[in-house]
Ligand binder design. Structure first.
Ligand code: ACO
Length: 697
């Protein structure tokens, strides 16, 4: 896949220059100096020879076929060069040139033309506005980067060329090794999705890393990641995560949404490991690229100092890792030689005067312990220890270890050499315990993701015809917001249980309705013009008898006449009052990139003040619905505290799946809240008390 980009037999550099200050020179020089084994054709209308290569005036003059063209001529010339590529039958092109959509409408128009031509001619494009591409296995450096990474198993793609430059420089210093290094630029054609598929198939790439600011097509991206993450870890750091995308919205769901929530949900649902920083990205990548996946979450920490051990244990506490005690046999063996001040519990503290010999004896026992699935080795450079000797002990033991090993040698000068040894031997090494724990945790979670059974998707029998009918009538009236009885009919069509209710036009009718439903009841204004009913005195709850019903009827109708004199009043709705439910909110919103998103949270202050909600992209699987309920911090309240019976979690799941189906069936729903959905005790279901739905044609 994309073979001509990463393993071409021949490359043309259009805009190759003999001026070492120009990008066209650097690209050609990089291709030649890093040992590309195929044919190289510099293209320049003026020069005869550059860097010892014969130069052709244009692509059509090249006598042989060309697999890959790299373009580094000014933006206005690019379209013409691309036409020549088409004529020459070149199907893979990297456009380094900047000056397209990133500079404004004029550049955007040029970029559109380029994209159109490429699609028409079946040419695949990387860029424009990119640094170029590197594939270490084929010794290809078709970029203007200053340097070539060492060959390894990390595939990296980035939307930012500048970040590529910085990371490459850092990687060279840290011995971080790459299989591929790709600057995506403006992503006119090839985007992160193709790169994930392509690196997924590349046998030299074991872990895929990406820096993204945006995603071109949310659904395709998720599909690619879902497929590829089954066999290779994908770790992505997302730039521009804060704030953007959140907007003024009429629903709680819309107000709490925002693009960061959408990305987090999409990553989680497609098995992508979400790194919070570039440091975490590479910290995790080092672990994935060099270590086997841990069998499970049981970690042992071996340390020569208390503080770092505690920091590591604290970080484990916040993660999915466990620190189990060692087996009795291991603890007994450790006690035989460790000083009495040592701790044989986990973290295993071999204390400050530990030498490399003590590390060796301890690690031999810990690495053999069947209860331990990975080992984190901490060292602070006391005068008693030779960090290099400990590093040698570890690299020796790592050869025969069948579990992941991570190292944290804290400090600076005295541990520098030891760290180099780890880098050269492919043992992940970190400056701080938290980084190592984060990497190991990512590995454990990734293994869980890979081993989970296929997801279950449910479809319910629903009455879409009725929903379509209601939406058509709302749109005909040039409205966006559904009024209460319309929203109720939508929920009913999707199988929700609603509180029993009747419209009453007089006090007597209200009393009759209440008697039929059974006291206590709730009474609310029924008006197409009143959306925020309780704000203007349009709702009364806990009506116990005929007298209170008479009173409520009078006050509700007078309040509305007074505060919203032009509102059309259809009457007062008398509604069954659900008394034993816990309030939750379920909502729909739409994300520009990922489409329908579903929200879940506990109602009232939990959503309004604490914003304790979970989002997922629809369609939801049964497992995802379950996950999002458990993800909220207030979940224990649903399980029941202080002797309360647990709420009906199955009913919430059912509601989430029905709402998810509704969001997918009806793209015209732009926002919706079911607020509250009152959840009864286990086995007794849930009732959708109120709903707000907004649609757009
Ligand atoms: N075919 C082949 N060669 C041509 C053609 C053509 N049709 N027309 C001109 N050339 C030659 C030129 O003669 C010149 O060669 P010379 O030095 O021998 O005269 C060479 O192509 C380059 O053309 P110049 O006009 O000199 O353009 P220059 O090299 O100054 O700039 C470039 C071209 C580098 C593509 C520039 O337009 C550009 O986009 N720079 C920014 C690139 C960039 O930042 N990309 C994003 C990177 S990501 C990041 O941020 C790090």
């Amino acid at each position: 896949m994309l073979e001509h980009f990463f393993n071409p037999s021949s490359i043309a550099v259009v805009g190759a220059s003999s001026n070492p200050g120009k990008i066209g020179y650097t690209v050609l020089n990089n291709i030649l100096q890093y040992g590309f084994r195929g044919s190289v054709y510099p293209i320049n209308p003026k020069a005869k020879e550059i860097l010892g290569c014969h130069v052709y005036p244009d692509l059509l003059s090249v006598p042989s076929s060309i697999d890959l063209a790299v373009i580094a001529v000014p933006a206005p010339l690019v379209l013409n060069v691309l036409r020549q590529c088409a004529e020459k039958g070149i199907d893979s092109v990297v456009i380094i040139t900047a000056g397209f959509k990133e500079i404004g409408p004029k550049g955007a128009r040029m970029e559109e033309e380029i994209g159109r031509l490429a699609r028409k001619q079946g040419i695949r494009l990387i860029g424009p506005n990119c640094l170029g591409i590197i594939d270490t296995a084929s010794s290809l450096n078709a970029s203007f980067a200053a340097g070539m990474p060492l060959a390894g198993h990390i595939g990296f793609f980035s939307q930012s060329g500048a970040l590529c430059v910085a990371i490459l420089d850092w990687a060279l210093g840290e011995n971080v090794r790459f299989s591929r290094f790709v600057s995506l630029g403006n992503k006119t054609d090839i985007s992160e999705t193709e790169m994930i598929f392509s690196m997924g198939k590349d046998e030299n790439t074991r872990v895929i890393l990406g820096y993204l600011e945006s995603v071109e097509s949310g659904a395709r991206f998720m599909e690619a990641a879902r497929q590829v993450s089954r066999t290779k870890p994908i770790i992505i750091v997302k730039g521009g995560a804060t704030g953007a995308g959140a907007r003024a919205a009429s629903s709680h769901t819309g107000a709490l949404a925002g693009s960061d929530r959408a990305y987090r949900a999409a990553f989680k649902q497609s098995g992508i490991i979400h790194a919070e920083s570039t440091q975490e990205l590479f910290g995790q990548a080092m672990a994935f690229a060099t270590q086997s996946l841990p069998k499970g979450p049981s970690l042992a920490i071996v340390t020569n100092s208390g503080g770092p051990g505690i920091l590591a244990a604290d970080a484990c506490e916040r993660s999915s890792l466990h620190l189990p005690p060692l087996s009795k046999e291991s603890s007994d063996r450790l006690r035989e030689f460790l000083p009495v001040t040592a701790s044989v519990y986990n973290p295993i503290d071999i204390v400050g005067d530990a030498s490399h010999e003590r590390y060796k004896k301890t690690l031999e026992i810990v690495l053999q312990d069947e209860l331990i699935e990975s080992v984190l080795i901490l060292l602070t450079p006391t005068a008693a220890v030779d960090p290099v000797a400990v590093a040698r002990v570890i690299t020796d033991l790592a050869r025969s270890a069948n579990k992941p090993i991570m190292t944290v040698f804290m400090g600076g000068m005295r541990v520098r050499k030891a760290r180099k040894i780890f880098q050269n031997h492919g043992i992940p090494t970190y400056s701080y315990p938290e980084e190592a724990v984060s990497a190991l945790n990512a590995m454990v979670l990734y293994r869980q993701w890979r081993e989970q059974p296929p997801r279950e998707y449910r479809r319910f029998e629903v009455k879409t015809k009725e929903v379509r009918h209601v939406f058509a009538s709302v749109i005909k009236q040039h409205r966006h917001d559904l009024i209460e009885h319309e929203a109720r009919s939508i929920l009913k069509a999707y199988g929700f249980r609603l509180p029993e209710s009747r419209i009453a036009r007089t006090t007597a009718e209200a009393q009759k309705a209440a008697a039929e439903i059974g006291y206590p009841v709730v009474m609310k204004i029924a008006s197409p013009d009143v959306l925020h009913k309780s704000d203007i005195g349009g709702v009364r709850v806990g009506i116990e008898d005929d007298k209170m019903a008479e009173d409520a009827f009078f006050h509700i109708t007078s309040n509305i006449r007074l505060r919203q004199p032009h509102a059309r009043i259809l009457g007062v709705m008398v509604q069954e009052m659900i008394t034993h439910g816990r309030e939750v909110i379920i909502g729909i919103t739409r994300d520009m990139q990922f489409g329908p998103m579903i929200m879940f949270g506990l109602g009232g202050i939990y959503v309004e003040v604490l914003k304790d909600v979970a989002f997922r992209i629809a369609p939801l699987s049964v497992e995802e619905a379950d996950d999002m309920i458990r993800e909220t911090r207030s979940f224990p309240l649903l399980r029941g505290v202080r002797g309360e019976p647990p709420a009906d979690i199955e009913a919430i799941k059912d509601a989430l799946l029905r709402v998810s189906q509704m969001a997918v069936d009806f793209p015209e729903i732009i926002e919706a809240d079911i607020n509250p959905l009152l959840v009864c005790p286990e086995g007794q279901g849930a009732v959708a008390v109120d709903a707000r739905i907004s649609i757009q044609e």
